[in-house]
Write a protein of this length. Structure first.
Length: 162
């Protein structure tokens, strides 16, 4: 709602539309480069220095009990976790040991086969005959062979014959 002064100014004042348009355009150009305001930039925070050197902390009678309960609960949780993981770790280590023993068994079987082959070569009749001729071993005459009398039990096993 307009006042009477504003009404008379509009009626009798000289037209200033051109000047008003220039001012409006100038403001529009100036407002074009103006930044928006930062939120809460008009708020001022006052920081007051507080001296707490004379303040003494009040003792909490429940705190030590609560700490020991937390420590005990943690230890029980760790013991439970170790108890749950221990059988799996033990079976894993046992599996490694079984595989190691199987590999060792195979090596021993191969070594035994090589030793049996070597024994067969060393105990061959041709080789024994060659050593007998080299050391001049001769077969005894039939009259020089002495047979031992047999006993009632086996000497090697000490088991009576049935």
């Amino acid at each position: 709602m307009a006042t009477l002064a504003t009404f008379f100014t509009r009626l009798f004042a000289p037209p200033m539309a051109a000047e008003a348009e220039v001012v409006r355009q100038t403001r529009a150009v100036a407002d074009q480069y103006r930044l928006r305001s930062i939120p809460n930039e008009d708020i001022y925070f006052f920081v007051k220095h507080i001296d707490n050197t004379r303040v003494v902390r009040e003792a909490d009678p429940v705190a030590p009990r609560r700490c020991w309960k937390t420590i005990a609960t943690g230890c029980m949780a760790v013991a439970l976790l170790v108890g749950l993981l221990l059988p799996g770790a033990y079976s894993l280590l046992a599996g490694y040991q079984i595989q190691t023993l199987r590999a060792q068994q195979q090596e021993l079987i191969n070594e035994r086969a090589l030793l049996e082959l070597e024994e067969a070569k060393l105990a061959s009749p041709e080789r024994l005959q060659h050593f007998a001729e080299m050391q001049k071993f001769v077969d005894p005459a039939p009259g020089h062979v002495i047979y031992l009398p047999s006993q009632e039990g086996s000497l090697a096993l000490n088991v009576p014959k049935n």
